[in-house]
Design a protein around this ligand. Structure first.
Ligand code: NDP
Length: 241
């Protein structure tokens, strides 16, 4: 039976590549997104992957989304918590709204989605949960107290939930990407990229969304049952924990 996989923020950037990679591995994929309907529709037309719009920071909306996907595709076997945003600024200038938005979208969302699929995974004795953190959750990043806190929070969440569910056939892991060539990073001026960012990356280039997707399919595979509570750093050697 094909596994049913949900990718939050699965229509653009890294999530776009994750959705396609899971589909290519034989999963029946549902791609969630927040508000960019045009990008989501284009993604659906190109890939044939069904799209589901809701805000992952909203528990009730997650409940509805999970119910719809379960009705359309079946019970969820693989959850990729990928949706994320940035609202950068130094802490001494950071607004409460920008703190709350990032914690809600990047950390509360992971509780919301995981909480809603965990009972079903436990009852079926199988599950794969992959959380997308960041190099900046590993090492901290100036101007990103909110983002670094949320992404570091995923590391603790992953280890706790991995321990709770290890005996139930459920693995919970985290991937910490470095700089990936998504629209956001490609918008950085060329000279800043070449003089400030690339020199920090021993591999000498940005990562690709497909390279992160490959980490996800590795951890989401049925055969990956002995890997749980782990953090997979994919950052071109920029940070070695
Ligand atoms: P993008 O901005 O390219 O895409 C984000 C996706 O998440 C979109 O599909 C977006 O939907 C969705 N999304 C955002 N907010 C919500 C929400 N509240 N509810 C549901 N969906 C939402 O991001 P990236 O691909 O760059 O990043 C993906 C993940 O990887 C994030 O968690 C990010 O923190 C992490 N990461 C990225 C790195 C990078 O270099 N790009 C490096 C390290 C980590 P919509 O299209 O509707 O806006």
């Amino acid at each position: 039976m094909a596994r049913v996989a949900v990718v939050t923020g699965g229509t653009r950037g890294i999530g776009h590549a994750i959705s396609i990679a899971l589909k290519n591995k034989g999963c029946r994929v549902a791609a969630n997104y927040a508000g960019n309907d045009a990008a989501a529709r284009q993604f659906q037309a190109e890939t044939g992957i069904p799209i589901y719009k809701w805000d992952v920071g909203d528990f009730a909306a997650c409940q509805e989304g999970v119910t719809r996907i379960t009705r359309d595709l079946g019970p969820i076997d693989v959850l990729v918590n990928n949706a994320g945003i940035t609202r950068d600024g130094m802490l001494h200038r950071m607004t409460k709204d920008n703190w709350d938005a990032v914690i809600r979208t990047n950390l509360d969302s992971v509780f919301n989605m995981t909480r809603l699929v965990i009972d079903g995974m436990r009852s079926r004795s199988f599950g794969r949960i992959v959380n997308i953190s960041s190099i900046n959750g590993r090492k901290g990043q100036m101007g990103q107290a909110n983002y670094s806190a949320a992404k570091a929070g995923l590391l603790g969440f992953t280890k706790a939930v991995a321990q709770e569910n290890a005996a139930k056939g459920i693995t919970v892991n985290v991937i910490a990407p470095g700089y990936i060539a998504t629209e956001m990073v490609q918008a950085v001026p060329k000279d800043v990229l070449e003089t400030k960012i690339l020199p920090l990356i021993p591999v000498g280039r940005l990562g690709t969304a497909e390279e992160i997707a490959r980490c996800v399919t590795f951890l989401a595979a049925d055969e990956a049952g002995f890997i749980t509570g782990a953090c997979l750093d994919a950052n071109g050697g920029q940070y070695m924990a």
